[in-house]
Ligand binder design. Structure first.
Ligand code: ADP
Ligand code: MG
Length: 683
């Protein structure tokens, strides 16, 4: 049988060269592609009984034109055309605005179908579309699909053309899901679903067809991910580290605290992976403050002691400096050399670092993304850790592979990701989760307050500082703006320096030089600076356990996950901490977000609500996040199907039959086409 995706779209009757071009701008080039262009909703043109229609509803009714139409012109183009119509036992008025040319077409006694908004008081319909059933087939009496159209393509043309494609090719649509999955989930066969999704008899039928297509889309996506994961695990092209477990245990015992059960479990999973000959590709998920850094440090320790080098990638220079300091402290007694590679090194410093990396004198290098992209060479790179993985769009594994390196990769993320998104964006990764916070943490108290509380907040900060603690104050802007009436860091810093003469108030923002930033952070880290006024440059990762107050100005301007991250800068030590969100209490903006913040401090719950409020496309704030755009599936609404599809795909690829059985040949061909079996799929 012919493959519908091989049939050029021009073979569909009614599509000429121009339309073919317009379609290709929508990504449609084949007959199969056209059929796969599903509607995103349906317009209801089914005839209604007027007696049951509520005022203001959009309806379609059929009736008989009664009497002559009346036209009023206002100027050259504005007009109002009205005509009486008998619908059942009602005599109603139909009104058309700016459609004066219709006047001559309205013949008394003829049947007409009207779609528009119903005004129950005046017994009047404001017509948006009308047609004459006596003059050829129309859309009345049906649900009509609504497609995403544009360019040279209109809604009507698209409806007609897809209907034509169904007539020509509908019978050739073939099943592509394994029958056991169709049975398991009670899905419509593909051919039937294809016809129904474009032309359902009612909304329920449309839903059933949609469900089938959603499952199919998610299943094929997951099949790719899971097949890739399975193949990667079979490949033996990574580093099988000779991990000295007793030594790692000794290292862990020298840490200033006992690891939580969660940390120990996750570390064991990582160490197990390190010893395997395949490349580790693992995501470490854990809420802010759950202690991901020491887990990463212990893994790096293991890799270095097994004779490799490690790289630690972070999204900001502030974080790079911080990690450098804390790792140096941990590794010093073990003779492990740590270096920093950031954009603000001098040429000379940079050359030195690169040379010592290449010669293998440096064991661990910490830096920003540039770390693995530029002309950086390692003697034996064995483990790459990425902190705040969601901040990195590009997949670093493909970059490393291109450089001929195949290290194990541990990606860490502090933004707890709703399961649905994690499964989708990181479906080809193994996931470890830190489920608990270190013991002894006291829950942060969170308040949402108005600006009238400012004076009290400042007095409160004064008291905390007197007790030896520290405070952050976060502003949305660096400096005053004419457009936005929100707090800025430079002004607030000046005000507070004046208000707290006995304290040192620091200022931190993205436009400062790296050295300046580092000086301020070091000052804050050692409590020489007690109050830090900052923009969101400290949003992720910054760790100063002695800080107990986080004040966020104009909190309604920040996203929910961002607020949670900022709050996570406090509550990291043994002291009661506070998060104070300042926003106009009367403002509706951000109200849901502030409520969520005061109601819960569980990062996963925050993430779930954030997904609900923002939708998946926006969740990571970047299009490159690895969350693909689906045609029918909606990650927020179809979350159950996401999990089903993932489990089904994982089960399937785990079966030997899948890789050899003839029943699965079409699925394997699909994977082949998707390039799963080639090395550089991740590019
Ligand atoms: P995150 O997961 O947000 O990156 P960090 O790794 O920065 O968290 O850890 C947060 C704080 O908790 C740090 O000050 C760290 O030293 C401390 N910490 C980590 N693990 C433990 C533990 N098991 N017990 C006590 N404190 C811990
Ligand atoms: Mg961190």
């Amino acid at each position: 049988m012919m493959d519908l995706y091989q049939i050029p779209v021009r073979e569909v009757h009614g599509i000429g060269p121009q339309k073919a071009e317009d379609l290709s701008a929508l990504g449609i080039t084949s007959a199969g592609g056209l059929l796969d262009y599903y509607p995103f909703r349906y317009e209801d043109y089914r005839l209604r009984d007027l007696a049951a229609v509520k005022d203001g509803e959009k309806i379609t009714v059929q009736g008989t034109l009664y009497g002559e139409p009346v036209l009023n012109m206002y100027g050259r183009t504005k007009s109002r055309l009205s005509c009486k119509v008998v619908v059942d036992r009602f005599l109603i008025s139909a009104i058309w605005f700016n459609r004066h040319f219709l006047k001559d077409k309205l013949r008394p006694g003829e049947e007409i179908v009207l779609t528009g908004k119903w005004d129950a008081r005046r017994l009047q319909i404001s017509v948006s579309e009308s047609e004459f059933p006596g003059r050829g087939a129309g859309r009345s009496g049906t649900l009509q699909p609504v497609y995403s159209v544009g360019g040279g393509i209109t809604q009507n043309w698209m409806r007609k053309t897809i209907a034509q494609a169904l007539t020509q090719y509908g019978a050739m649509v073939q099943e592509i899901l394994p029958s056991e999955l169709i049975d398991k989930h009670g899905l419509l066969p593909r051919r039937q679903a294809m016809a129904v999704i474009h032309q359902p008899a009612d909304l329920q039928e449309g839903q059933i067809a949609r469900k089938r297509m959603v499952y199919e889309e998610l299943f094929f996506f997951q099949l790719k991910m899971q097949a890739y994961r399975a193949l990667n695990r079979k490949r033996a092209d990574g580093v099988a580290h000779q991990v000295d477990l007793p030594l790692v245990r000794k290292f862990v015992r020298t840490l200033p605290f006992r690891l939580t059960d969660s940390q120990l479990k996750v570390l064991a999973e990582i160490l197990e992976d390190l010893q395997q000959p395949h490349c580790m590709n693992r995501l470490l998920q854990g809420d802010v403050g759950s202690g991901k850094t020491v887990v990463a440090a212990s893994a790096l320790f293991a890799a270095v002691k097994a004779g490799c080098q490690g790289a630690f990638m972070v999204p900001t220079e502030i974080l790079a400096e911080q990690h450098k300091r804390s790792l140096e402290k941990l590794f010093e007694p073990w003779g492990i050399q740590v270096a920093l590679l950031t954009g603000s090194l001098t040429d000379r410093q940079r050359r030195d670092v690169l040379a010592s990396l290449e010669m293998g004198l440096t064991d661990i290098v910490i830096g920003t993304h540039a770390l693995i992209q530029e002309d950086v060479y390692f003697r034996r790179l064995g483990l790459v850790v990425t902190d705040e993985q969601h901040r990195f769009g590009v997949n670093q594994r493909s970059i490393l592979r291109r450089k001929g390196m195949n290290p194990d990769v541990l990606s860490m993320t502090a933004t707890p990701i709703p399961r649905t998104l994690a499964i989708t964006a990181f479906g080809d990764l193994d996931v470890s989760t830190l489920k608990e916070l270190p013991k002894g943490r006291i829950p942060i108290k969170t308040y949402a307050v108005g600006h009238s509380m400012l004076e009290r907040i400042l007095r409160f900060i004064g008291k905390e500082v007197q007790a030896g603690r520290q405070a952050y104050l976060i502003c949305p802007l660096i400096e005053e703006s004419e457009k936005l009436d929100v707090q800025n860091a430079i002004d607030l810093h000046a005000q507070l320096s004046h208000y707290f003469p006995q304290m040192r108030v620091g200022l931190l923002h993205g436009r400062m030089a790296a050295a300046e930033k580092d000086e301020v952070m070091q000052g804050f880290g050692s409590n020489q600076v007690q109050v830090l006024v900052s923009t969101t440059v400290i949003e992720v990762g910054v760790d100063v356990p002695n800080a107990t107050v986080m004040v966020i100005y104009d909190a309604d301007r920040f996203g929910l996950s961002q607020l949670h991250q900022l709050r996570g800068r406090v509550g990291r030590g043994g002291h009661q901490s506070y998060c104070i969100l300042i926003a106009d209490p009367k403002s509706e903006v951000g109200k849901e977000r502030l409520r969520a913040m005061t109601e819960t401090s569980d990062g996963f719950e925050i993430a779930r609500r954030d997904l609900e409020l923002r939708g998946p496309g926006d969740f990571f704030g970047t299009k490159q996040s690895g969350v693909p755009e689906f045609r029918v599936a909606d990650l927020a609404a179809d979350f159950e199907t996401v999990e089903e599809a993932r489990d089904d795909a994982a089960d399937l690829v785990a079966r030997q039959e899948f890789w050899t059985g003839s029943a699965y040949a079409p699925l394997r061909q699909f994977l082949q086409r998707e390039g799963i079996f080639s090395e550089d799929r991740l590019d």
